[in-house]
Each structure stands twice: as C-alpha cells, then as structure tokens.
Design a protein around this ligand. Structure first.
Ligand SMILES: Nc1ncnc2c1ncn2[C@@H]1O[C@H](COP(=O)(O)OP(=O)(O)O)[C@@H](O)[C@H]1O
Ligand SMILES: Nc1ccn([C@@H]2O[C@H](COP(=O)(O)OP(=O)(O)O)[C@@H](O)[C@H]2O)c(=O)n1
Length: 228
C-alpha cells in the first residue's frame, strides 16, 4: 500500500454460544489495535426492537415487514463496545432472557439477515487498521474473503458452566438445554446458518484458558500478516 501503510486485516471468529467468541475477539482486537464487532449484539438489538414494538416474533412475515425500521448503531472500540437502537443504549436489555429466547427466530428471517449483513460489511470496510468480527456466519457469508477465519468450539458442559457463571442464579441444566436448543435453531435455519467455513481454523476451547485462546489467535493473525 502507499506510504507503507499496512493493509487492514479482517478476522472472522464464529462458533456457538459460550465458546469464548466475545472475550477472545475483544482481547485480540485490543492487543492488535483493531476494531471489534459483536454481530450477535446486532441481532439481539433488532430482536429487542421487535419485542418492544409489539411485533409477533413467531410471525416471520411481520418481522420481515418491520426489519428496515430500527436504526442500529455499533461502536467498535474493543475497550468500550456499544450498541444503540434509534439512539437508545440497549447494551443491558439485549442480554435479558426474553430477548435471548427470541433472537434465533428473529435472526432466521432473510430480510433481517440481509439488513444486518449489509451493516456488518459497511462497518468492516470502514475499519482503518482492520477488525475482528464475531458471530455465526461471518466466515461463510458476511466476510468470505477474511484474512483469517477461526471457528471456536467447546463442550456443551463447559459452555453452560461459563454462561451460568455470568447469569446469577441460573441453573446449569436449564442453561445447557437452552444453549443446545439455540445451537440447533441457529444451525438448521435455511439462510446463513451457524457453520464452520471450509478454510476456518477450528479451536476447541474446552480445556484452554481464555488467555491461551487469545494467544493462539494473535499468533495466527501475526503469521498471516507475515505472509506465512
Ligand atoms: N477459554 C475459556 N475458559 C474459561 N472461560 C471462558 C473462556 N473463554 C471465555 N470464557 C468465559 O465464558 C463466558 C462466555 O464467553 P463469551 O466470550 O461471552 O462467549 P461467546 O461470545 O462465544 O458466547 C464469559 O464469562 C467468559 O469470560
Ligand atoms: N452472525 C450472527 C450472530 C448472531 N446470530 C444470532 O444472534 C443470537 C445471539 O448471538 P450472541 O453471539 O449474542 O449469542 P451468545 O454468545 O450471547 O449466546 C444467536 O443465537 C443467533 O441466533 C446470528 O444469527 N448470526
């Protein structure tokens, strides 16, 4: 590139819930001076808007008809990621149980995916040094030309234990069942399901600490940058 500026690096991190996507992506982006995008937060935000505005989330045609209405903005600083809908900070409400239970149905609607995918591509294209984008379909659909694709996995037991640790008072068995149900819905939808891209590096995080996962991904990014 001109003036010796490094080409922006695009990193896609996909995988099911509780595998460590958000924590890993934020840490990798901070360490490497890259932007960070939590695409799950965008799907949660549009779901929150549907619920708040009385849209029947069991009716795909009602969701499709409203999909263009909310304005969703994501702040991409890994030290302070933000999410607003029509100017309202929804970082807290989008993690509530009701939104979590409905997000798979809303995000399965093609009109919702088209809208959010367009936003994601625009954000990635404007990242000056590069970006770490985490979700379910980043390597397969949103950014198929990403420089590096990672697919994180972990046993359902480890994932449920991590999630129940976050949700105060959450029962391990109920959390595990809810995760498995959401994985199944996300993996079986027609449009852009949760899937590992053919050229993604799979990392099983069950027995790894967060720091080990971060080091592994940072090393892979540096190797890519060095042209290895
Ligand atoms: N390798 C790991 N070992 C133990 N706990 C982890 C690991 N990676 C992430 N966590 C913890 O598990 C929880 C879920 O991680 P998160 O990054 O939100 O996963 P995801 O984005 O894939 O749903 C968080 O509390 C996080 O601190
Ligand atoms: N790229 C993405 C990211 C999330 N999603 C949807 O958004 C939901 C919430 O994603 P999330 O990353 O916040 O999930 P958790 O890791 O918080 O469990 C997922 O269960 C999917 O239904 C998606 O369809 N595509």
């Amino acid at each position: 590139m001109e003036n010796g500026a490094a080409k922006p690096v695009i990193v896609a991190i996909d995988g099911p819930s509780g595998t460590g996507k958000s924590s890993t992506s934020k840490a990798v982006a901070a360490q490497l001076g890259l932007s960070y995008l939590d695409t799950g937060a965008q799907y949660r935000a549009i779901t929150w808007w549907m619920v708040t505005n009385g849209i029947d989330t069991a009716d795909p045609s009602a969701i499709a008809a409203a999909a263009a209405k909310p304005e969703i903005l994501s702040g991409t600083d890994p030290a302070n990621p933000t999410i607003t809908v029509d100017g309202v900070d929804v970082a807290g409400p989008i993690r509530e149980q009701d939104v979590t239970a409905k997000v798979s149905a809303v995000s399965a609607v093609p009109e919702v995916r088209a809208r959010i995918t367009e936003l994601q591509r625009a954000i990635a294209a404007s990242a000056v040094t590069g970006i770490v984008v985490e979700g379910r379909d980043i390597g397969t659909t949103v950014l198929p030309d990403a420089d590096l694709k990672i697919f994180l996995t972990a046993s359902p037991e480890a994932r449920a234990a991590r999630r129940s640790g976050e949700l105060k008072g959450a029962d391990l068995h109920t959390t595990r069942e809810a995760l498995i149900k959401r994985d199944a819905a996300d993996s079986s939808r027609k449009t852009s399901p949760l899937a590992k891209a053919g050229d993604a590096v799979e990392v099983d995080t069950t027995e790894l600490t967060l720091q080990q996962v971060v080091e592994c991904v940072v090393t892979l990014v540096e190797e890519k940058r060095a042209g290895k």
